[in-house]
Design a protein around this ligand. Structure first.
Ligand code: ITT
Length: 191
């Protein structure tokens, strides 16, 4: 089985990538090296900066990393690229409070994966999932904003789904699908 190194501190992401890639013969290995998440407008810029940082530190194999976030229409796209900071400060209840008087509860989750070799430009793989924000938390699985987000096409939150069902709907499931097709073409997988 081929090993793909995932630079992240988030075990939930690793779990989802592992679930997605296991049947495809790719073993995901977490490396929690850490990288600065710069203040910028796009997830792509955050991911690109992360790649450059890891390459400058020196790494002797290909790797992936991901930046993700939730963009809430009723809050003009907030928290977006600041999703991590907002989650750790005002938290889910803080978001629900901000939305208390808002009728517009639509939102989109975005995921941007970068695949890079020790040197050279990264390749990006983008996934999106449209849905809506609930008025209260529901479910105990997953991580982060999962308890307040219902993807279009379902009546349950991500936190009420197991990993494989979440992957069928989610932003990350979609970006990982594109990454897989790229790796397949690159003949990353052994037959
Ligand atoms: P990294 O080490 O990979 O950066 P992280 O948890 O900091 O891990 P991000 O910066 O990509 O990840 O995520 C921004 C925030 O969005 C963070 O609070 C996550 O919990 C949340 N988030 C990302 N993907 C999510 C998902 O699929 N479901 C719920 N919340 C998610």
């Amino acid at each position: 089985m081929n090993t793909l190194y995932f630079i992240t501190g988030n075990k939930g992401k690793v779990h989802e990538a592992t679930e997605k890639f296991r049947p495809l013969g790719i073993n995901i290995r977490q490396k929690n090296l850490g990288y600065p998440e710069i203040q910028t407008d796009t997830l792509e810029d955050v991911a690109a900066y992360g790649v450059t940082h890891i390459q400058k530190q020196g790494i002797d194999h290909g790797f992936i990393l991901e930046d993700a976030g939730i963009f809430i229409d009723g809050l003009q796209g907030f928290p977006g690229v600041y999703s991590s900071y907002v989650y750790h400060t005002i938290g889910l209840q803080g978001i629900l409070d901000l939305l208390a008087n808002t009728l517009k509860c639509t939102a989109v989750f975005r995921s941007v994966f970068a695949y890079a070799e020790p040197k050279g430009d990264p390749h990006f793989f983008i996934g999106e999932c449209l849905g809506k924000i609930l008025k209260e938390e529901k479910g105990s699985q997953g991580f982060g904003y999962d308890p307040i987000f219902i993807p279009d096409g379902s009546d349950r939150t991500f936190a009420q789904m197991d990993t494989s069902e979440k992957n069928q709907f989610s932003h990350r499931g979609k970006s990982l699908e594109k990454l897989y097709n790229f790796l397949n073409e690159k003949k990353f997988m052994k037959n």
